[in-house]
Design a protein. Structure first.
Lengths: 358, 452
């Protein structure tokens, strides 16, 4: 009886645990997606153009959209390397014929552009549609996406000036992509059971290696990430190296007790800079166009501080520029009005900028 | 300062030891003001003179009566401490201000599409604290209201469905520890040494316990097409609506639609309230702020599969859909940018991982790869998870080069950088899993080098 019960219980347990895993119906969980919901979110476009909405756009229209919404980051000709890597450049008529970008193997082009790499027009269409422009993704109309895609391919000298790109001809256009034959799936890094391309051997004793250091950290890189001393604990097994000073060449046995103590001393990290202004600059995405200490699309905050140093009207002038936008002060690209920034935050931002943006 | 003696143990004591305990306490509590700095300098010089008269760093017997930190009871031993729940959400000690995730200057130009690296040089064990998990965003991060977050499955399914967080969190969940590594981790080191510390060379790596529902459960719930459903597309809800193709094999194996991370909800920077966990596969496929899974019969050729995250080969071809993070390891302490303060015993410690399974063995060399010893693996040794290794080492003060080499359960041996380059050249950017070398110079300073 006991044995019987035990068996039944075991069977029941086995059944119930199997059921728990394999149960098909999770009742009352989730609901059917409506057709409109799917249409709102299912925006992906595949290389076979499944998912591409019907429509068209001209190169001319694309140029207008580009200059208004894209050029500030990507440059008037898609060549800008200031904010993102260049979109066009590095491809030839011959590449369009072969579908292989020669510069990828001869390395004549120092920097690889989008058009040198991308094999599929669908990828451009899909990404522009879902993620561009940078600060207002998904705001382009279907026509604008066709048009901008056409204009990029025109800048890359793939499509003529009078071209209209549409769902009808996009597959043919894809057959002109300079790197359309440049992709390979011949590797073992997609399938988890794929065969590795590099086979090393775990030698344990008297293994063959060079006695030289093949590469060392270039001296300018030593302190390029800030003082490493302040990026390590001040106690424990090791300390961070003070990279504001040159590396010591003295052997450890020749380093005096005094110096060792100095190295071991906990260094109080510098008090964090007043971050209010910076936090706001990040919150309002000012830093998308302005570097704190370098020019991006607009001037660096440090450059603005330097320009207005000693100017009694600086505060009012900058407040006006943030509120109403500004044109021509630093270059050809205008700064749009930032109507969404609260007055009190503008005050903090301006104070922070004029204070040197630290 | 003082007749009180200094006990310099294996680790050197801070200069506070040379101070009057009252001053020392004050510094401990309030940090160093300029005035105190001046005072400290003077005291320190005096102390140094005393030191020179015979303290040995390695062992150091007590001088005089003993360590003032012991002899003079500190404030925390003689006063009432703070109440419970003083911090409703606990924060690190005020002394732990140096280990932060940091950007690498010059790597990217737009901080909303950038990377912050985890400070591996000071982390212990295998779990990355949630606040130090590396970040990679493609169009900035948002803090999404979970009550308004929706998750949809559509495409080749019988029943396209929408789930709320309430729905998902009622389903049978799993909790699993997995590493996540960006495909571009160690990218800057393909050609030559470029960055000063392990944070920047290997810090696009983290490991957490993730909790969520297996994607297979959800795919079954929607009745996915078992014949034609060969791939899924995962899509995020951020501005870039990040998309990546994942094979159905992977999707049904161990992929999780996760909300939990290290026992609490995901952090916003890591995809709150929902992200995909794709064990063993590069981080870009772990789509954050996950809003949709589409089942399809073909790959999607998305931006991060056709322009980025493609591996450039010497013949001019790009490898597309490289996903698996192959076996790799790195010594985290001692590592570049750190220094040893004395000769003697050290624990060499580091991390090993493989996207193809468990770590089987880690070997460590202290002579630039000529001779190797097998390290101790700390448990648990989980599949597609970081594994911590340790090995004893006595430094004799001579210059040495430290290396670690991991072997996973498939028998794959972590390669040397020249072995990788022989096949893939130097412009691959992605998937550099080479053996890392750290040089310990005679001065005790550790730096990033390449030796092979």
């Amino acid at each position: 009886m006991y044995r019987f019960t035990k068996t039944v219980v075991a069977l029941l347990l086995a059944t119930s645990s199997t059921m728990a895993l394999a149960q098909a119906a999770y009742t009352n969980i989730g609901r059917p997606a409506t057709a409109k919901e799917i249409a709102a979110w299912d925006i992906d476009v595949r290389p076979d153009f499944k998912g591409l909405p019907p429509g068209s756009g001209t190169v001319a229209k694309g140029m207008a959209v580009w200059e208004g919404k894209c050029a500030s980051c990507h440059g008037t000709f898609g060549e800008s390397n200031e904010v993102f890597t260049p979109i066009v450049g590095g491809t030839t008529k011959e590449d369009i014929k072969t579908g292989h970008v020669a510069a990828l193997s001869n390395n004549k082009q120092p920097q690889r552009t989008t058009i040198m790499k991308v094999p599929t027009v669908s990828t451009l269409w899909d990404y522009i549609n879902r993620a561009m422009p940078w600060t207002a993704p998904k705001s382009l109309t279907t026509e604008e996406v066709y048009a901008v895609t056409a204009y990029i391919l025109n800048m890359a000298e793939i499509l003529p000036d009078d071209f209209t790109l549409s769902d009808k001809n996009i597959a043919e256009v894809q057959q002109l992509m300079p790197n359309r034959n440049g992709m390979t799936r011949n590797h073992g890094m997609w399938d988890i059971k794929g065969k590795p391309d590099v086979k090393s051997v775990a030698c344990m004793k008297d293994c063959k290696v060079s006695t030289d250091l093949r590469s060392t950290l270039p001296e300018p890189s030593r302190n390029a990430h800030g003082n490493i001393q302040l990026q390590n604990r001040t106690f424990g097994e090791v300390r961070g190296v003070d990279t504001t000073k040159p590396a010591s060449t003295k052997p450890i046995s020749a380093i005096s007790a005094e110096q060792k103590l100095a190295m071991a001393a906990p260094t109080k990290p510098a008090a964090p800079a007043k971050a209010d202004g910076l936090a706001l600059a990040k919150q309002y995405a000012c830093v998308a166009c302005h570097g704190v200490s370098s020019k991006l699309i607009g001037p660096g905050f440090n450059e603005i501080a330097a320009k207005y140093k000693g100017d009694a009207n600086a505060s009012a002038a900058l407040t006006g520029k943030i509120k109403n936008g500004s044109n021509g002060a630093w270059g050809p690209i205008p700064m749009p009005a930032q109507a969404h920034v609260k007055d009190e935050d503008i005050k903090t931002l301006v104070g922070w900028i004029l204070d040197g943006a630290k | 300062m003082t007749k009180d003696a200094i006990k310099a143990g294996r680790l050197l004591r801070a200069p506070e030891n040379f101070l009057d305990p009252v001053v020392a306490q004050e510094i401990t509590a309030n940090g160093l003001s300029e005035e105190r700095r001046g005072f400290l300098r003077k005291s320190f010089l005096a102390a140094s003179a005393a030191m020179a008269s015979g303290v040995t760093f390695a062992q150091g017997g007590a001088i005089g009566d003993g360590d003032p930190n012991i002899l003079n009871l500190p404030e925390h031993s003689t006063t009432l401490g703070q109440a419970v729940a003083t911090n409703g959400y606990g924060v690190p000690s005020k002394y732990e201000t140096n280990l932060l995730r940091r950007e690498s200057p010059g790597l990217t130009r737009v901080s909303a599409a950038s990377v912050s690296f985890a400070p591996l040089q000071g982390l212990f064990g295998i779990i990355t604290p949630s606040g130090l998990h590396f970040e990679r965003h493609h169009q900035g991060w948002h803090d999404i209201d979970p009550s308004k977050h929706r998750f949809m499955i559509n495409g080749l399914v019988k029943n396209p469905k929408v789930y709320t967080m309430d729905d998902l969190m009622r389903l049978p969940s799993v909790s699993r520890m997995h590493f996540i590594e960006c495909g571009a981790n160690t990218a800057m080191e393909w050609g030559n040494v470029a960055v000063p510390t392990v944070q920047y060379s290997h810090g696009m790596l983290s490991c957490c316990e993730f909790t969520g529902v297996p994607l297979s459960v959800l795919l079954e719930d929607c009745g996915y097409d078992k014949k034609n459903g060969k791939f899924i597309l995962a899509e995020g809800a951020d501005g870039s609506s990040m998309t990546r193709t994942i094979s159905m094999d992977r999707a049904l194996d161990d992929v999780i639609v996760a909300w939990g991370m290290n026992g609490e909800m995901l952090r916003p920077e890591n995809g709150y309230p929902l992200r995909l966990v794709v064990p063993g596969v590069q981080g870009v496929s772990w789509v954050k702020w996950l809003r949709r899974i589409e089942v399809g019969d073909k790959e999607y050729g998305t931006k991060d599969e056709a322009i980025h995250y493609i591996d450039s080969m010497p013949d001019g071809m790009y490898r597309q859909y490289t996903s698996i993070q192959e076996c790799k390891s790195v010594i985290t302490t001692p590592s570049a940018g750190q220094m040893l303060l004395d000769k003697g015993f050290y624990n060499i410690t580091g991390l090993a991982w493989s996207g193809r399974g468990k770590i089987k063995r880690v070997d460590v060399s202290v002579d630039g790869g000529r001779n190797w010893r097998t390290a101790r693996l700390e448990g648990p040794v989980n599949t597609k998870c970081l594994t911590r290794f340790n090995i004893n080492w006595v430094w004799d003060g001579s210059p040495v080069v430290l290396q670690s080499r991991a072997i996973d359960e498939t028998g794959y041996v972590q390669p040397k950088i020249n072995e990788l380059r022989a096949v893939r050249g130097t412009r691959s950017i992605y998937h550099n899993n080479a053996i890392q070398s750290w040089k310990v110079s005679e001065s005790g300073e550790v730096s990033n080098v390449q030796v092979y």
